[in-house]
Write a protein that binds this ligand. Structure first.
Ligand SMILES: [Zn+2]
Ligand SMILES: [Zn+2]
Length: 343
């Protein structure tokens, strides 16, 4: 289990940046692993301002191929190469992501020297094409997608589904692995199981064989049932419609776009974006614990209006601002961490 899960807000503007808000990018920090939702234009400087490391295992989850979400990728990859990055990099995105990288490779000499996988999700969401070299499209393997899962490691899995936007777009869910239930050594002793490797197996929920009998630790009451890990859903750009509970019912955090205020609801529908109240309705419907509003249009002078509108439907709304850091604690409480001033 990860000791801490942090959400580092790198860019909260939609479409065009403002003086105080960069283009979409939100980082999850998961015990030495980074997961980046979208990669807006100012990403390199936001990494620096937030004090993020450039050489940790990183999964970039691209929601869709609109410029405000992908223009930061070449700069970040150039930066990685200049810094002799060695940590693995995985880029997950909709169909079109490989072609984008391939053209950057050919047209501006983009290179990736660290271990790389580009996982391109096909519109049927049943398969992904996995590329390992952005200069060679023939090095590709087709992998099937089971239960929406497109990435998995020891700590978490990432699943995806289609959102509803003007182009093929994806929402993502990061789900921490279930946490093993409490182990009861007294019951293990009572059942005359010797301390040592067998206990370790039981603590991980695995059955053991002792005196010719198979023993299931859960059935025998030696461990408690596993507890669901922390869950974060990222909507990407979307209008009201998709049921994100398909990814995970009752997520701890829903990070949802909120391009418009309710006064521009008609525009939101036309452009296939959401209003702050649409986001609040989704959070309420899927029983999220917290809602973070992001991807806000810079046309409005008063960002607090987004918060007021959303909280009238979903009180646990947080207005994300660039460089905010939030910690999702083990007890699923989300807390804002005071920013450390960077000189
Ligand atoms: Zn956008
Ligand atoms: Zn878009």
């Amino acid at each position: 289990m990860a000791s801490h899960v942090r959400i580092i807000i790198l860019g909260t503007a939609g479409a065009v940046p403002s003086e105080t808000a960069s283009l979409p990018a939100i980082m999850l920090h998961f015990e030495g692993n980074q997961i980046l939702f979208d990669c807006g234009e100012d990403i390199q400087r936001q990494f620096l301002k937030a004090g993020l490391k450039f050489n940790l295992p990183l999964v970039i989850c691209i929601s869709h191929m609109h410029g405000d979400h992908v223009i930061g990728i070449p700069g970040l990859l150039f930066n990685f190469n200049m810094g002799d990055r060695t940590a693995p990099l995985t880029i997950i995105g909709p169909r079109g992501i490989f072609s984008y990288l391939y053209h950057l490779r050919n047209d501006i000499g983009l290179r990736v020297e660290c271990p790389l996988e580009v996982r391109e999700i096909q519109p049927d969401l049943k398969v992904m094409q996995v590329f390992t070299n952005i200069g060679d499209p023939s090095l590709v393997e087709v992998q099937s997608i089971e239960q929406n899962i497109v990435f998995r490691n020891k700590l978490f899995s990432i699943s995806t589904m289609e959102s509803q936007h003007s182009v093929f777009a994806l929402a993502y869910c990061v789900q921490e692995r279930p946490i093993f239930g409490t182990f009861h050594p007294d019951i293990a002793k009572l059942k005359q199981i010797p301390e040592g490797p067998l206990w370790k197996k039981l603590q991980r929920g695995k059955s053991i064989e002792i005196n010719g009998k198979v023993l299931d630790p859960l059935m025998e009451g030696i461990i408690e049932p596993p507890v669901r890990g922390r869950t974060i859903i990222y909507s990407g750009d979307t209008m009201l419609g998709p049921d994100f509970s398909v990814l995970s019912p009752a997520p701890d955090v829903l990070i949802h776009e909120s391009m418009y205020l309710t006064q521009d609801a008609k525009l939101a529908e036309e452009k296939q974006h959401s209003t702050s109240q649409d986001a609040a309705r989704v959070a309420s419907k899927i029983q999220a614990r917290y809602l973070i509003l992001t991807h806000r249009s810079s046309r409005y002078n008063d960002p607090a209006a987004f918060l007021i509108e959303s909280q009238s439907i979903f009180p646990n709304t947080i207005l994300a601002n660039d460089l905010d850091v939030l910690e999702l604690k083990k007890n699923k409480v989300l807390e804002k961490i005071a920013k450390e001033p960077k000189s």
